[in-house]
Design a protein around this ligand. Sequence first.
Ligand SMILES: NC(=O)c1ccc[n+]([C@@H]2O[C@H](COP(=O)([O-])OP(=O)(O)OC[C@H]3O[C@@H](n4cnc5c(N)ncnc54)[C@H](OP(=O)(O)O)[C@@H]3O)[C@@H](O)[C@H]2O)c1
Length: 414
Amino acid sequence: MPGHLFEPGDIPPLGTVPRQMYASVIRRERYGPPHSAFRTEVVDVPEAGRGQVLVLVMAAGINYNNVWAALGTPVDVIAARAKHGAREEFHIGGSDASGIVWATGEDVTQVQVGDEVILSGCQWNEKAPDIRLGADPTTSTTQNVWGYETNHGSFAQYTLVHDYQCHPKPPHLTWEKAACFLLTAATAHRQLCGWPPHDVQPGDPVLIWGAAGGLGSMAIQITRLRGGIPIAVVSSEHRAHHCRTLGAHGTIDRRDFHHFGPMPDPADHQAYTHWLQGVRAFGRRFWDVLGQRRSPRIVFEHTGRDTLPTSLYLCDNAGMVVCCGGTTGYQANVDLRYLWMRQKRLQGSHFANLRQSRAVIHLAATGLLNPCLTLAGTLADIGTAHQRMHDNQHPPGNQAILVNAPRPGLTTLH
Ligand SMILES: NC(=O)c1ccc[n+]([C@@H]2O[C@H](COP(=O)([O-])OP(=O)(O)OC[C@H]3O[C@@H](n4cnc5c(N)ncnc54)[C@H](OP(=O)(O)O)[C@@H]3O)[C@@H](O)[C@H]2O)c1
């Protein structure tokens, strides 16, 4: 039915592209709490340009980046794109999805209409000078996160991606399982395995913040698979249980400690002593849980402002704090003495390249990595799912919603 909108679940014949679609949309005037920032609207289906692919979204994964998009801070993603000439006054988020290739633009050679795919969340210009000179594309000046920095993410019946973002969907994975894990798993994989010589080695203790969350649940499993010893930080017994089930050696309940936040100025003797006592008590708890007096060789960071000073203090001599986010704030202070005197590494890490994405898809396909899915509803539930994440009230692991898949449990189109 070209030109006609269809209801989710009532999919047109393969390759038939309607003019319009349903999408969960953010507009600038709705920036604020996610539950009211997202609204289902009817918008035009985008056209696949050169090297691009239009994918029918079967299921979409929920990630923290669209909490930030909904809030309109620290980046107003709509205004940022407008500065670069974009004319659309809305944002369709979503950086994880499974679906079916529905149309291809010019010069697309790697996929064809009908392919069942999982989409990875990073885009770049393959002809960029830095990539041509051999840069990892995720470090290119042209790199953008699809469905956050770019428009037409997966919270819609159709999404627009570059052909290299399409990876074969493992046939036995349901649409919703295939949609939920790639962004967090690939990011965690790069953090833990992508920065040699600080890649996890057998016997390495690894401290994992937010270990029951999307990233953390993947990090526990990847650390285990590499022979490391994951120690999980959580804020409830329910989450601690989830982490132990995934293979955490032990857990630390962060509610037992009260020194978190920016590190005080050592000149403020009282405040600094309080911080030092807190961070040392946290370190002793780490040793107790580990069962050895060893510090973490790797600290898995994404929590940011409130935890970074603790991470850097605790990290072993010549170890690494590897950071991909700042949930509690992105301006964190660092005592440089711990960094240089003990020769530690503070490493930034951002999503993953294609090889790293394929690696975690393989782990999920072979059953070595549990995607940790919670199904969070359909398009209409996107705001609520992000609100729960914003309020830290979401279930452990990764969340996904059904878009065109008519019900959970399906692995193919029909
Ligand atoms: N750069 C990248 O490529 C990339 C990729 C993925 C995610 N990220 C970023 O990484 C962050 C986490 O993503 P996610 O998907 O894992 O989110 P998530 O599922 O919400 O997990 C975050 C975890 O952080 C913990 N947390 C919340 N407040 C905290 C606090 N004050 N102190 C310590 N821990 C706290 C929570 O665990 P407890 O309350 O149980 O401790 C929560 O489970 C987000 O900021 C996201 O934007 C970046």
